[in-house]
Structures are given as C-alpha cells and as structure tokens.
Design a protein around this ligand. Structure first.
Ligand code: FNR
Length: 215
C-alpha cells in the first residue's frame, strides 16, 4: 500500500507584492513538493481579519479570514510560515489572525507541526521576529520545529528559483526535509508523538490540556 502524502500549508506573512518572504515561501513549497508533499499554497490575504475585538466576536462571530485559516490548518498535517520581522517582532496582521483563530474549539494549532522561516534585507535575516512568533504558537500547543531558517541580505540572496549561495540553498533544503520527516513520523508512529509530548514536559492529562474539550 502506498504511504499517504503529507499535506502542508505554506504561506508568507507579508502582504507586499514583491515580498522577499513570499519568494522564500515559494522555494520552501517547491522543495516540499519535490519531497512528495501536497502543498496548499496560501497567501496572507486569504486570512485577512479586522483587528480582534471581543464585542465583534460576541455579535458577529469569528471572521471569514480566521475561518479560512482554521479550515486549511485542519486539512493539513503541518504548516510553514515565512514571516517578515517588523520592529524585532512578528507583523501585527499575523498575530491578529493567530488571536482570532485561537478562539475556535477545538483549537486549530494544538498538536499541529510548524516550521518557521524569515527573510530580511538585514544581516540577522528577521530571526528575532521568529522568536516572537514561537511564543503564541507554542502556547497554543503547536509543535514548532526547533530549527528556524532566517535569510539575511535577502534582497540579494535569490537567483531565479533558488538561493544564489549553494551552501545556503542546501541548508534550506535540509531544514525543510528534516521538518517533513519529523512531522511525517509523528503522523504515522504514535511512539514519536509520545516522545514529543515528553520532550515538552507536558504529560497528556486533562489537567495539562490547553484545549477545551468539545461541548
Ligand atoms: C521592517 N524591516 C525590518 N527588518 C528587520 O530585519 N528587522 C526589523 O526589526 C524590521 N522592522 C521593520 C518594521 C517595519 C514597519 C517595516 C515595514 C519593515 C524591514 C523588512 O525586513 C523588509 O521591509 C522586508 O523586505 C519585509 O518583508 P517582505 O515584505 O519583503 O516579505
């Protein structure tokens, strides 16, 4: 019997047409497809939401952009976010849609595997933004891959459909491959799942659950 393929949601958190992060997301998606994954190519615009407002939630419910992210996370085994760094943190639009999406029950990020990347013209490649992005995602129970990939001097880094620096391109591919292997192992082998939970120091008990049980 043939192994089912991994389904991976990939999106860049930039709204900009000429976005460097969207370019990097394209390379990640292509690599994942080369490795046999089925990629859902998403755009930040697909998840557009007004600023989180508890009153709006109470009267109108969760907006369409967050519903779309919930639906596409639910249809995937893993997700990849390629995010710009704004003032040493993640973009507000990204935090906003994470906040809205966290209001669904069951909570869609819980136990889902995620990989984070960034691109910036700066020498740090936007890496500080990814550390800020890890916080809400890990809080929500997502299994964020320990390695992150930050592309420095990104305005000069691309050469057609790959990175100009062969060593960097190889590192990008290795990061994507290793992430897919871990997410795939967790999908197919319950023992790998258990090991991950133990690694987080969070035994699977009702008391430790961050997700409300279904009504
Ligand atoms: C930035 N940029 C930026 N870059 C960085 O490395 N560290 C930072 O803290 C910031 N801060 C920041 C704030 C704001 C409001 C803007 C608009 C930009 C520069 C940013 O990395 C650059 O514009 C990228 O090209 C944005 O990503 P996209 O749109 O190319 O994907």
């Amino acid at each position: 019997m043939q192994k089912p393929t991994m389904r991976v949601l990939v999106f860049s958190a930039s709204l900009r047409r000429e976005s460097l992060n969207t370019k990097l997301a394209g390379l990640v998606a292509r690599r994942a497809e080369e490795r046999g994954a089925t990629v859902d190519h998403a755009a930040m615009r697909d998840f557009d939401c007004a600023s989180y407002d508890g009153d709006a939630e109470a009267t109108a419910g969760i907006p369409a952009g967050a519903q779309e992210l919930q639906r596409r996370l639910g249809a995937s085994d893993a997700f990849v976010i390629v995010s710009p760094e704004y003032n040493a943190a993640m973009p507000g639009v990204l935090k906003n849609v994470i906040d809205w999406t966290s209001r669904f029950r069951p909570q869609p990020f819980d136990t889902r595997h995620g990989l984070l990347l960034s691109a910036s013209p700066s020498l740090a490649g936007g890496n500080r933004g990814l550390w800020s992005l890890r916080i809400p995602l890990e809080h929500l129970g997502a299994r964020i891959y320990p390695d992150m990939f930050s592309l420095a001097a990104a305005h000069k880094a691309f050469a057609g459909d790959h990175l100009a620096d062969a060593a960097l391109q190889a590192r990008l591919e290795k990061t994507v491959d290793a992430f897919l292997e871990l997410a795939e192992a967790a999908k197919h082998y319950p023992c790998a799942k258990r090991a991950w939970v133990e690694f987080l120091g969070q035994p699977p008990s009702n008391a430790g659950d961050r997700v409300d049980p279904p009504a």
